[in-house]
Design a binder for this molecule. Structure first.
Ligand code: NAD
Length: 425
């Protein structure tokens, strides 16, 4: 009975997968008899690395490295986004796939966890190159994805157009239109109303619930947001609509601030036109490192992993951190924030709104019957509020952080399914 852990799965393996393993270790004492199955959580079920060769516009051939990892499928098909970024690694995709397993179980949608990515800076590609790369990648991972196997969705630097190309490529290879193979599609191709805003709406919804527990009035709250894309931009807009003041925003282009409040709609337009918050006229420019010490009540990291670390966690002024991004806080920083009495609403519940409406999209595609936006938003809000209430109670019962509480809920559901299904053969 060997439990020898392959080197790339070892906790000392630096990077996001190592962070995930530490998070799992913190939960094992709370799993009761299900701890017997915990090793399942520490190994991805399946990891595929693919070569993605494409012809560039100048006639040369370029090769990109792509990944699709299915962490767990005990509760249903794999589900999780596809990221195009120059820093994508296998460790990162493995961690992101595992966080999807926990998240999907925490909000109780019938999915396992998966994630994909290509190690590329998509900003350096023409539209034609981007399409050829997306299509070749889809074809390469086509052997493991499908509407009942594993359903990709957008993530960093991928969007509705990416999903349309993926859906078309998979459908061409299958010889049948398979809208349910991806979610986050354009509305005219079987996409769902409300999907584009869903993750930001979920961040907002759990933020409002958490604020009630710590006596924070959203309508007078000051908020700093890192990442102003799909998640950060929409969350900022919804908080601003509720009366909150967005005092600072950071993205890959720089950091801007305005103590009296940024005009979020004007900033969204500026980003849509220029690609970054940099150069926005109605704001002061801050050095990037100063973003973390901005005076605010709520901090929303909504960009990439490992942004809140031992080096900046001491400087955070907020009363609450809501993790729009996946994995933005290291375990060491988590402890510092907890010691300082700063509430962290973790990614695995805070950004689950996207996958929840992806689930609605998948259900609508299967039934070819589409719901109204009001119906989608009200179901989303109910699922997020109910899931948050369960997590909050588990946190109180065990006197643990909300991250550990969400992991307890998610891991128990996954391992209970594991136990019911049993081992094959
Ligand atoms: P996006 O591509 O729309 O936006 C990413 C944002 O991060 C951009 O504003 C970009 O400028 C910023 N950014 C990139 N590098 C940065 C850096 N070094 N410093 C500061 N800012 C930087 O991506 P998104 O879909 O909004 O995803 C953001 C995060 O939310 C990711 O962690 C993603 O996994 C997570 N997430 C997304 C969804 C979804 O539905 N899109 C769902 C759940 C979680």
């Amino acid at each position: 009975m060997s439990h020898a852990v392959p080197s790339y799965l070892h906790p000392d393996h630096l990077g996001p997968w190592g962070v995930y393993l530490q998070q799992v270790d913190r939960v094992i004492p709370y799993l009761g008899h299900l701890a017997r199955w915990a090793e399942t959580l520490k190994r991805p079920k399946r990891a595929l690395i693919v070569d993605v060769p494409i012809q560039m516009d100048n006639g040369t051939v370029a090769h990109f490295e792509g990944y699709r990892v299915q962490h767990n499928t005990s509760r249903g098909p794999g589900k999780g986004g596809v990221r195009f970024h120059q820093d994508v690694t296998l460790s990162e995709v493995m961690a992101l796939s595992a966080w999807m397993s926990i998240k999907n179980a925490a909000v109780n949608v019938p999915y396992g966890g998966a994630k994909g990515g290509i190690r590329v800076d998509p900003k350096t590609l023409s539209l034609g190159e981007l399409e050829r790369m997306t299509r070749r990648y889809t074809s390469e991972i086509g052997i493991i994805i499908g509407p009942t196997k594993d359903i990709p969705a957008p993530d960093v630097n991928t969007n509705e157009q990416t999903m349309a190309w993926m859906m078309d490529t998979y459908s061409m290879n299958e010889g049948a239109t398979a809208t349910g193979v991806v979610t986050g599609k354009p509305i005219d191709l079987g996409g769902s109303l409300g999907r584009r805003e869903a993750t930001g709406r979920g961040v907002y919804t759990v933020g409002v619930e958490a604020a009630k527990h710590i006596g924070l009035d959203i309508s007078s709250a000051k908020i700093a947001v890192q990442g102003f894309g799909n998640v950060g931009g929409i969350a900022a807009k919804l908080f601003a609509q509720a009366g909150a003041t967005i005092v600072a925003v950071q993205d890959h282009g720089g950091t801007i601030a305005m103590a009296s409040g940024l005009d979020v709609n004007a900033l969204l337009l500026h980003v849509a036109n220029t690609g970054s918050v940099a150069g926005f006229a109605l704001a002061d420019v801050l050095p990037d490192a100063e973003f973390w010490s901005v005076a605010c009540d709520i901090l929303i990291p909504a960009a990439l992993e490992q942004q809140i670390t031992e080096t900046n966690a001491h400087r955070i002024q907020a009363r609450m951190v809501i993790e729009g991004a996946n994995g933005p806080t290291t375990p060491q920083a988590d402890d510092i924030l907890q010691d300082r009495g700063i509430l962290v609403v973790p990614d695995v519940i805070a950004n689950a709104g996207g996958v929840t409406v992806s689930y609605f999209e998948w259900v609508q595609d299967f039934s070819s019957f589409f719901w109204s936006e009001d119906e989608i938003n009200s179901r989303l809000v109910r699922i997020m509020q109910d899931a948050f209430a369960v997590v909050w109670q588990v946190g109180l019962d065990h006197q643990v952080s909300l991250r550990t509480a969400t992991f307890i809920v998610g891991c128990k559901r996954i391992l209970h399914a594991r136990e019911l299904r049993g081992l094959y053969p």
